[in-house]
Design a protein around this ligand. Sequence first.
Ligand code: CU
Length: 118
Amino acid sequence: MRNVVYAVMVSLLSVAFVLPIYAGAATATNIDVTASNWKFTPGTITVHLNQATTLNLISKEGVHGISSSYLGISNTIIMPKSTSVTFTPHKVGTYQLHCTMPCGPGHTDMVLIVKVVE
Ligand SMILES: [Cu+2]
C-alpha cells in the first residue's frame, strides 16, 4: 500500500513539474544573444507576432549595439556587462539589424536577423 501511495505521489509530482516546462516552451520570450567581433550569436532569431520578447544581450568582445525602429527596439549598447531590451513585434517579416556601433573592420557585416512569425 505504501508503495502505491508513493507511486501516485511521484506521478502527480511529474505532471506538476513537466506541464509548466511545456507551457513555457510554447511561449518562450527570452532570447540570449552574444555579440563579438564581428557577429551576433545566434545570427538569426525567431520571435512571435504581438508577443513581448526580451533579448538578453552581452558582448564577449568589443562594444556593439542594436536598434530597430520597425521592431520598436531602442538603441541598445552591448558591452561585457549584460543588458536587456524588451520589444513587441507588430508586423510579420524578416528584419536586419545592423550593429549600431562603429566596431572595426567587420562592422558593416555585423547583422542580427530577426524573423517575426505568426
Ligand atoms: Cu559591432
